[in-house]
Design a protein. Structure first.
Length: 117
């Protein structure tokens, strides 16, 4: 198999996409959940959408840069497990509605940038 060019999506970009595009939250509500301002969410979301579009249109591999303290949470039973996204089903209830929790301790990290390589 040949190596695909990679497009990197920041963890904050992934979170903004999840909150705004997947869960349908307004930018202000997503900003409150992420601990940033509404204009910051808008800028993060714009960069994230460009990265996803580039990966889809140009056939690149989309790499989500996950922080070391990421965890997974079940949307149904709210159980959580440490580590990056690796579970496809919840070990407690069997749900397939698992999502990444970027800052499980609530600590806010610096916003990484979207880089394209």
């Amino acid at each position: 198999m040949h190596d695909l060019a990679e497009v990197h999506l920041s963890a904050d970009g992934w979170e903004a996409l999840r909150l705004c595009d997947h869960e349908g939250l307004e930018h202000g509500e997503a900003a409150a959940r992420m601990g940033v301002s509404r204009p910051t969410v808008s800028r993060i979301l714009e960069r994230a959408r460009k990265a996803v579009a580039k990966a889809l249109v140009e056939g690149c591999s989309l790499v989500i840069d996950q922080p070391a303290d990421a965890a997974q949470e079940c949307a149904d039973c709210r159980g959580s497990w440490p580590g990056p996204a690796s579970l496809t089903r919840c070990p407690a209830c069997g749900s397939c509605c698992m999502h990444l929790v970027l800052n499980p301790t609530g600590a806010r990290s610096a916003t990484p940038t979207v880089s394209e390589t």
